[in-house]
Structures are given as structure tokens and as C-alpha cells.
Design a binder for this molecule. Structure first.
Ligand code: LLP
Length: 463
């Protein structure tokens, strides 16, 4: 990295040569249904609406920035995962994508289970009435207190992530006079990307127990000997925002290989296999996600085929979609504060939020779409970068976007597909308060997570 200062040029601002950008969309006012929640549309005045409510009204009532979540869409997506997998499989919604008590209730009502990965998520799930046996507890470094609470609550499964944890959970369960149902999370040596996968002999990351070198087999051996544990299956999660099923295919092949070895060595056929989450969604019109029924069919076929080949009874499959359920159901509404054209470069559009409500662009170079929401415009498209209000030049919400050339302070703009990993990863950077989540359904809007206040911030600061 160069540390010397020198006169900057466009090159250093990451400006791509002219002609690089795909042409602006023919209609800047159009809403691609792939990236917008189900009930989002424009009313006769051209104003964006969700659940039948106009965003100008929503902004007035709830302020900006705010996440607006289409409850019907959430329920429909949850249901379609549930029905796609049917009664012979289990769908665990991954709470890390976004969790609140309202969400827990919707999941419960729609017949889904819940994957939690911290004491906080567990507390949220239990306080909203999710039956403990429908909760899976994850995490690569669960504290003994978290494990104890999970076992005491009677969670349906704990997913074991290390050799130490095998002993810890067994010990705590025994102390509490119970046998805890567990799965072992293994790393199968598959790294999944959007359109490809690369097989790696040794996975260089913190999760799970490697299949390589017989470590996973050894973990199974130990788990089977401990009285406090009931080993029900093997877990594998290969990554996130995946469109291609081939990574799952390799993972299933390797997990089933382990199930076969377990049967051969111990005479035990483990009844469950969890293939994790990670299914991709459309953030821009270029993304082409698969439907839950296609995913269910593909995964079931892969596992059945692999089990037939190994002469194993097909285990009960479970999956853990987070983003694919909640991601597309929400958009973030911002008010434009400043519009700053930089000659020959692009126009910087500053909004009243930023990296504190969406860290994904800065963290993963994630791509998002954006639309003028409070009105339509026939003005020429201008190349924009939507940025936040934080003291950091990497505070970018949408890196490259076309917005109408007459965009002005006071306009509302909406960024779709922010339901997953935006509120849940939000921060108070620069002491900015975190936005509310407002659920909208059938012409009614209700706050499910309220906006933080400066008093909230000061309450934690004990002086
Ligand atoms: N199951 C396990 C064990 C996981 O670790 C994850 C995600 C999921 C399920 C759900 O994955 P999903 O279906 O939501 O992709 N913050 C990142 C994503 C991190 C995902 C971590 N684990 C992002 O904003 O893209």
C-alpha cells in the first residue's frame, strides 16, 4: 500500500473509463419486481407505495432513514420455503439476517423453525414464544452461559462447532440431567461463490470441524461416546449469496460420505443432514435467484442420489435460509440532503443514513439498486454515487447508480433488498442512531423495531 501523498486524479477515485457502465435503464421510474418487495408499486401520481401506503406518508409518520418491511411478502416467502420442502424436511430461518419479536411470531405462525447464533437471538426467540424445540443454536464460540441457557430452555438442537464444545455441551447437559440433541458442523472443503465453487483441501476459516484429516470422523467418535449428547446429524453451511447448486452438490456428496463412514464404523445411521443457508437474492436486475421449489427439488435430489449410492436411508433434510426470506422484503427509505455534481466524474447524492444502516457496500463491495421514490421524473439519467452522512469516504450505499438528473434535496430515494444484514449489522458509528423497522401490511404500518434516540445512546454512557 502506498503511503505517499500526491495529487489525486480520477484514477484514484476509482472512476471507470467512459463506456464501462452499462447503459442507463430505459425507464428510470420502472420497478423491477425481482429486486422490490411484492406489494411495492407506484400509485397514480408515481409515488412509491408499499402495502398500499405512499412513502411520503411513511416518511412523514416514521421519519427517514427507515426500513420498510412488506409483511405479506415476508410471510409468503417463508411459506413458500416451507411448502417447497414439505413435511419431510425442516426450514430454519437464519435469525442473523434480521430478527425481531414480530418476525419470530410470523415464523411461528407460518410453521418455520429458527436458527439463532447468540444468547441475544435466543432470548428474542423465546420471549416471542418460539417453542424451544423448534430452535437450533449455532455459533463457533458459544459461552458456557449461552450453552446452559439453551440446554435449560430445551432447544431442539445445538450445532457443535469444535472439539472443546463437544465436551462443554455434553458436560452441561449431564449436569442438568438431560441429553442434548446435537449436530456436528463440518467444513467440507467447498468454498461457494456466486457462479462457481473451488474445492480446497484445507479450509482456512473459523467455522466447523474439517472433514479433512479425519477430524470430523474423530468428532463423531467422541460425540457418540458422551452420555450428555444425542448426535442426530451432520451440518454443513458453504457460504452466502450463492446462485449455483454445484457447491451444494459437492457438500452433500461429502456429508453423505461421512454418514456412510459413520455407519460402517459405528453401525449407526444418523437421521438428519443440514445443508445450511446461503441462497442468493437479486440486489440488481443482473441477479437471477432460484425459486424455493427449484432449490428444494435440487437439494432433495442430490441428497437422495448420494444416499442411494451409499445404500443409506435418506436422512431428514434441513436448510437455513436467512437472506432469501427477509432480504427482498424490505427497502430503506432515505431523504436526499445534498446533490454534488463533480465535473467529468459523477454526482454524489448524500442521504441521511449510510454505512451505519447498510455496511454491506463498504464491507463486501455489495451492489444495490436505487430509485427515486417520492415522485417520478422524466429528466435525463445521471450517474450517481449514493453516499451517507458519516465521516468516511468509504461511506457508500450504492456505488454506481443512475438517478434522474433533476434529483434535488428533499426527494426521497429507496434502496431495495435491504431486509437482510442491514438492520442486523447496523451500528452507531459517529453516534448516529439506528433506524426503525416498520412492517407494512394491508394499508397499515406498524413499528416493529423503534428508532433509537440520543437518550438511548446516552443511557449506555455512564459518564
Ligand atoms: N446458516 C448458517 C450456519 C450461517 O452461518 C448462515 C449465515 C446462514 C445459515 C444464513 O445464510 P443466508 O441464507 O442468510 O445467506 N453478513 C453477510 C452474510 C453472513 C452470513 C453468515 N452466515 C452479508 O451481509 O452478506
Amino acid at each position: 500500500m502506498s503511503r505517499s501523498a500526491h495529487p489525486a486524479g480520477p484514477r484514484h477515485a476509482d472512476v471507470l473509463p467512459e463506456g464501462h457502465y452499462s447503459a442507463p435503464p430505459t425507464d428510470l421510474n420502472a420497478l423491477d419486481s425481482k429486486v422490490w418487495a411484492e406489494t411495492v408499486t407506484r400509485d397514480t401520481d408515481g409515488v412509491l407505495t408499499v402495502g398500499g401506503i405512499d412513502v411520503r406518508r411513511l416518511a412523514e409518520e416514521f421519519g427517514t432513514p427507515a426500513y420498510f418491511l412488506d409483511e405479506d411478502d415476508f410471510r409468503a416467502r417463508a411459506r413458500s420455503w416451507r411448502t417447497a420442502f414439505g413435511d419431510d424436511a425442516d426450514v430454519f430461518y437464519a435469525g442473523k439476517a434480521f430478527l425481531s419479536r414480530a418476525v419470530v411470531r410470523w415464523l411461528h405462525e407460518e410453521g418455520l423453525n429458527l436458527d439463532v447464533c447468540s444468547g441475544g437471538e435466543l432470548a428474542t426467540a423465546l420471549s416471542a414464544g418460539m417453542p424451544a424445540e423448534r430452535i437450533a443454536f449455532h455459533g463457533n464460540n458459544k459461552s458456557t452461559d449461552e450453552i446452559r441457557r439453551a440446554v435449560e430452555a430445551g432447544v431442539g438442537r445445538i450445532v457443535l462447532d469444535s472439539f472443546q464444545e463437544i465436551v462443554r455441551v455434553a458436560h452441561i447437559a449431564q449436569e442438568l440431567g438431560t441429553r442434548q440433541r446435537v449436530q456436528i458442523r463440518i467444513t467440507v472443503g467447498v468454498e461457494a461463490h456466486t457462479h462457481e465453487f473451488i474445492a480446497t483441501a484445507h479450509e482456512d476459516q473459523k467455522f466447523g470441524i474439517p472433514l479433512a484429516g479425519g477430524q470430523a470422523a474423530e468428532a463423531v467418535r467422541r460425540a457418540l461416546t458422551l452420555d450428555g449428547l444425542e448426535l442426530i446429524g451432520i451440518h454443513s453451511h458453504i457460504g452466502s449469496q450463492i446462485f449455483d447448486m454445484s457447491g451444494f452438490e459437492v457438500a452433500a456428496h461429502r456429508v453423505v460420505g461421512l454418514l456412510r463412514d459413520i455407519r460402517d464404523e459405528h453401525g449407526v445411521e444418523l437421521p438428519e443432514i443440514d445443508l445450511g443457508g446461503g441462497l442468493g437474492i437479486a440486489y440488481t436486475s443482473d441477479d437471477d435467484p432460484r425459486e424455493p421449489h427449484e432449490i428444494a427439488k435440487a437439494l432433495t435430489e442430490i441428497v437422495t442420489r448420494e444416499c442411494d449410492a451409499a445404500r443409506l436411508a435418506t436422512p431428514r433434510i434441513s436448510v437455513e435460509p436467512g437472506r432469501a426470506i427477509v432480504g427482498p422484503t424490505a427497502f430503506t427509505l432515505y431523504e436526499v440532503g445534498t446533490v454534488k455534481p463533480l465535473d467529468g466524474l459523477r454526482t454524489y447524492v448524500s442521504v441521511d443514513g449510510g454505512m451505519s444502516d447498510n455496511i454491506r457496500t463498504a464491507l463486501y463491495d455489495a451492489e444495490y439498486s436505487v430509485a427515486l421514490a417520492s415522485r417520478v421524473s422524466e429528466a435525463e439519467p445521471m450517474l450517481c454515487r449514493v453516499v451517507g452522512k458519516h465521516c468516511e469516504s468509504g461511506d457508500i450505499v450504492v456505488k454506481d447508480a443512475f438517478l434522474p438528473g433533476d434529483l434535488a434535496p428533499g426527494d426521497l430515494i429507496a434502496v431495495p433488498a435491504t431486509g437482510a444484514y442491514c438492520r442486523s449489522m447496523a451500528s452507531n458509528y459517529n453516534h448516529v442512531v439506528r433506524p426503525p423497522v416498520v412492517a407494512v401490511r394491508d394499508g397499515e404500518a406498524r413499528v416493529i423495531v423503534r428508532r433509537e434516540t440520543e437518550e438511548d445512546l446516552l443511557r449506555l454512557d455512564v459518564g
